[in-house]
Design a protein around this ligand. Structure first.
Ligand code: IMP
Ligand code: MG
Length: 176
């Protein structure tokens, strides 16, 4: 079977740029007093995180976790593992989780439970993309960049089997 390849553009680069800038400004407005900790979920959120924090004109800290919920393919194992942890204590801090895409909701639900157990003052979630129609677990998303249809996407951080994260747009993965 031929390998699937990046196909039509789902979110073009100018749309990404405009939406991420707006999200950054909106999130920043809620955190004037104490610097929040933005927690990026590796690897998928690395580009989004980099653009988002540059759109937030406030004092903030950044850290990352690595979670694995997917094997190399397109289907979720439904099993989420924290494979790299924060180096920042978040007790009493305002935390904003920065996630690439919410699909079944399992990853965000598991991460929220893990971080809430550490006693942050607040914990909010920002996801670049939301595949709402695929949701299996009810999770609250405080900010969503784009609600997208049920298509597997790559680019702007999203991968298929480790590839295509460097594409400037979010594109659909299509069977050749
Ligand atoms: P969930 O646990 O089912 O919500 O899956 C969320 C994770 O699956 C995301 O953090 C992504 O890493 C991955 N994922 C879900 N949909 C896509 C997609 O369309 N492209 C690339 N990765 C995806
Ligand atoms: Mg991910």
């Amino acid at each position: 079977m031929p390998a699937p390849r990046p196909g039509r553009v789902v979110i073009a680069e100018p749309e990404l740029r405009a939406r991420v800038a707006a999200l950054g400004a909106e999130i920043a407005r809620g955190y004037a007093a104490e610097p929040p900790v933005l927690v990026g979920v590796l690897q998928g959120a690395f580009l989004f995180m980099a653009d988002l924090v540059r759109a937030m004109p406030i004092a903030l800290a950044t850290d990352f976790v690595r979670l694995e919920s997917y094997g190399g393919g397109r289907t979720s194992s439904g099993h989420v593992r924290l494979t790299a942890d924060l180096s920042t204590p978040i007790e009493g801090r305002d935390v904003v989780v920065v996630e690439d895409i919410v699909d079944t909701g399992r990853t965000v639900a598991a991460l929220r439970r893990a971080l809430e157990a550490r006693g942050p003052r607040s914990l909010r979630v920002c996801a670049l993309c939301d595949k709402l129609e695929r949701r299996q677990v009810d999770v609250r998303l405080d900010w969503v960049g784009f609600t997208i249809p049920n298509v597997f996407v790559v680019g702007y951080g999203f991968d298929y089997a480790g590839l295509y994260r460097n594409l400037p747009h979010v594109v659909a993965l299509e069977d050749a």
